[in-house]
Design a binder for this molecule. Structure first.
Ligand code: SF4
Length: 444
């Protein structure tokens, strides 16, 4: 079980020397309990305290890395059951599945799509993560050929899905050094699959029909020297997945079942409703999700959902404050000031681009708060606007002294005029109306 801050405090030397960077041992203990500090920051811990703290402060779910290079990713190292308690850290890898019975051209096409496709949303490039190759043919040669084709087309993380040791071994000759995830060891084949995983340094999915069976299999694998495990819960329905995945997450984060402290695998492609399975997997603790190649609409929905679930709920997504250009604005172009809440920025930017009127966006630092919240909290005020005009050298960029502010910031218009000397135009409350506003108010 996780230790509470007071229990941790009792293990500390209690010198209050501040060498850990915290003002007191108690604040350091509170950070340790919340997983926000490393025990190594205190130089005075004895070995016994380190061993007790190490067991309780290390992540309850092991971090497992898939692949190598630029597109590699890590899953696990999560600390909470509910996102609002803290945040979810490592988004699930979503991998497109191909079978070794498909033509090599089809395999290349799917691989190329995963390699190249990218969807930009609120400033982030969203992508699928890799390819899962299934040994549907049962032939070791076909499997090896399919894996070789994927491997020669793109450097992507792979999942090798086979039940036959010879087929797996043949595939690993092509990609064994690139850290593919091996799917899946059962109680029957764990020694052979485990030996291949250890030989090639690959993470290994273990598969069991019940939670008890999985825990025993994990224990056996760990005893035999395998460390990077991922759990396939073998769900036969979405309900079974939710129940098992939630149970395992609860057991893992409370450290009640240490052998279950590993990321979870979900093959959505074999579930009755694949799209629903992907959504559930993202929301309910799957760390590797396998799917058939998705339609463009479903692909965007899945990537958007994953981005939203894995965004820190306590930190609004922020833009870097600064002066942004839409098109190539001249010295007489309009200047629109707004906050650095990224949804505000990207919504306004989209509407401004559609007006085809080059302009400047002055983005001020409200710590990611929206306009309405920033005005109410006093974060958006006349001095911030004045300082931003100076900091981003706006007066050098334009020949006029007119600033368009968001409609919801209208209470500040007089004070901004007073401290900046700029004429303030109050824009619309709805960014969708900015085109009409500019045509009517700016051009007249
Ligand atoms: Fe306490 Fe250790 Fe921090 Fe010093 S370094 S204040 S002893 S926790």
């Amino acid at each position: 079980m996780a230790l509470k801050a007071l229990d941790i405090y009792k293990l500390l030397p209690r010198k209050n020397c501040k060498e850990c960077g915290d003002p007191t041992c108690l604040t350091f203990a509170m950070k340790l309990a919340g997983g926000k500090a490393d025990m190594d920051l205190c130089p005075y811990l004895d070995e016994e305290a380190k061993s007790v703290l190490g067991a309780t402060t290390r992540p309850p779910i092991t971090l497992v890395k898939l692949g190598i290079g630029e597109r590699s990713f890590a899953v696990g190292e999560e600390f909470v059951l509910y996102r609002h308690e803290k945040t979810f850290y490592n988004p699930p890898g979503i991998m497109f599945k191909i079978a070794d019975t498909q033509t090599l051209d089809e395999i290349r096409a799917v691989t190329t799509r995963v390699r190249d496709e990218s969807f930009t949303r609120v400033g982030a490039d969203l992508r699928f993560n890799g390819i899962a190759i299934e040994n549907a043919s049962g032939s070791a040669d076909s499997f090896a050929r399919a894996v070789e084709t994927v491997e020669k087309t793109a450097d992507l993380p792979l999942v090798l899905m086979a039940t036959d040791t010879a087929a797996l071994s043949a595939a690993l000759t092509h990609c064994g050094t690139y850290g593919p995830l091996i799917h899946a060891a059962t109680q029957e084949n764990r020694k052979e699959f485990g030996a291949l995983a250890k030989q090639h340094g690959c993470p290994l999915v273990i598969k069991g029909k019940t939670i008890d069976e999985l825990a025993q299999l994990a224990k056996d694998c760990i005893t035999e020297g395998m460390q990077d495990l991922i759990l396939d819960l073998s769900p036969d329905s979405l309900q079974a997945f939710i129940v098992r995945s939630t149970t395992i997450r609860q057991l893992a984060i409370t450290r009640a079942a240490p052998y279950l402290g590993y990321p979870v695998f979900l093959d959505a492609s074999i579930m009755e409703m694949q799209d629903a399975a992907i959504a559930l997997g993202i929301a309910k603790y799957a760390s590797v999700i396998i799917t058939t190649p998705l339609s463009p609409a479903t692909a965007k929905a899945a990537l958007t959902l994953r981005q939203n679930i894995y965004t820190d709920p306590q930190k609004p997504i922020q833009m870097t404050p600064g002066l942004y250009r839409i098109g190539n604005p001249a010295k007489d172009a309009p200047v629109l000031m707004t906050v650095n809440f990224s949804l505000t920025f990207f919504t306004l930017q989209g509407y401004l681009e559609s007006t085809r009127m080059p302009c400047f966006m002055l983005i001020v630092d409200t710590e990611g708060l929206s306009v309405l919240t920033a005005v109410a909290a006093g974060k958006l005020n006349e001095m911030l606007v004045k300082d931003s005009i100076k900091k981003f050298a706006l007066e050098d960029e334009v020949s006029h002294r007119k600033l368009i502010i968001p409609g919801y910031a209208s209470p500040l218009s007089g004070r901004i005029e007073e401290v900046t000397g700029w004429k303030v135009l109050v824009g619309p409350r709805d960014a969708a109306e900015i085109g009409d506003f500019l045509n009517e108010e700016w051009k007249k």
